[in-house]
Design a protein around this ligand. Structure first.
Ligand code: ADP
Length: 343
């Protein structure tokens, strides 16, 4: 890349920082990611359709199921946004479609991502309360409260991201649509930056709280085994695995994206950054964003492992066998509180 291209050119007449003269190198993105996203789209569509069918038959009898249903809707919307990204990244769609992606579908994609993140956090909190206060009813353990809370999460992210759509109002050209930031006016870029920092804060807060909740849950589970003096190693392993499945999925899918997002957002908004570095940060952001998108395939695994009514619906068999084992020993009882058979 030439010297000229390697220098990020910054100010324009309105004083808006821009990297307009740094050519965005989309070779890798164009070749690899459409295929990877197609894979996620197809798998996500199949798994989430199956989950939709199953949850359609499951009444919302617990706060856990309420949150899972909301995650399902959020994942489904995210899955539906993927074909637009595939078409524009591969260059198969017209350039005008990229403007639509920047202004609308990418924003919805991010919205659903953070809605899922917060709802997964609420699930962890819900399980935590079930373990530490099995008999006490805290207001958030109430079914209506859970529905309202989930609704507020949707509303919050919708309001937060609306300006990202509205303020992307600069004239779109085949060149400018390559970077969504160049469609934004001064306030649009500032809002975009602020939203990204708010979302970073939300993610890391949820991650730390989740870790705390699960450490306490694991401690409780362990204490329960010590108390009952049962040396059933296999079962112990199973419960420990269950406790950490949400956290593991959460960390693997979302942490890499949040590490790469900060420097990338800086590259979109700051005044000086080497052009090659800008392109490397873009590739890093796109790769980790793909990882975040794989969450739409991971969440159905959570339903499988943790939501018994879901497994019962999908597999239909072994229900009776399972029901017989529940409540026969205190460990299974604790396990039950972590999953979702009760209201
Ligand atoms: N966390 C977020 N919440 C809502 N909208 C976002 C978020 N992050 C980015 N966006 C919006 O999504 C669109 C695409 O952003 P981005 O991925 O940063 O652009 P690019 O595709 O050029 O890398 C932009 O309109 C941006 O403002």
């Amino acid at each position: 890349m030439g010297d000229f291209a390697n220098k990020s050119i910054v100010s324009n007449s309105s004083g808006v920082p821009s990297s307009a003269l740094c050519h965005r190198d989309t070779t890798v993105i164009q070749m690899v990611f459409p295929l990877l996203y197609t894979l996620v789209f197809l798998l996500g569509l199949v798994l989430n359709s199956l989950a939709f069918w199953a949850f359609f038959h499951i009444p919302s009898t617990s706060t856990f199921i309420v949150y899972l249903k909301n995650i399902l809707v959020s994942d489904f919307i995210m899955t539906l946004m993927l074909p637009l990204k595939i078409l524009t990244d591969s260059g198969l769609g017209p350039w005008q479609l990229k403007a639509f992606v920047c202004r609308f579908s990418a924003v919805v994609f991010y919205d659903t991502m953070y809605i899922s993140i917060v709802l997964l956090g609420l699930i962890a909190f819900d399980r935590f309360l079930k373990i530490v206060r099995p008999f006490g009813k805290f207001w958030v353990q109430n079914l209506t409260a859970a529905k309202i809370l989930a609704g507020l999460v949707w509303l919050f992210f919708f309001v937060l991201s609306l300006p990202n759509m509205i303020l992307s109002n600069k004239k779109a050209t085949p060149q400018s649509v390559k970077k969504c930031a160049s469609l934004k006016n001064y306030f649009g870029l500032k809002w975009h930056e602020a939203v990204n920092y708010i979302c970073q804060l939300i993610f890391w807060t949820v991650l730390i709280l989740m870790l705390l909740f699960y450490i306490i849950i694991a401690k409780k589970v362990y204490e329960s085994y010590i108390k009952t003096q049962k040396k059933d190693k296999k079962s112990k392993q199973r419960i420990k695995g269950k406790v950490f499945i949400i956290f593991t999925v959460f960390f693997l899918c979302f942490a890499p994206f949040h590490f790469s997002r900060v420097p990338y957002t800086l590259s979109q908004t700051t005044t000086q950054m080497d052009c090659r570095m800008q392109n490397q940060l873009f590739v890093a952001k796109e790769s980790t964003l793909w990882l975040a998108a794989t969450n739409v395939c991971m969440d159905p695994l959570i339903y499988m492992f943790l939501c018994k009514p879901f497994v019962e619906k999908v597999l239909c068999r072994r229900v009776k066998t399972f029901q017989k084992t529940v409540h026969t020993n205190p460990n299974t009882e604790l396990d039950t509180r972590m999953t979702a058979t009760e209201s």
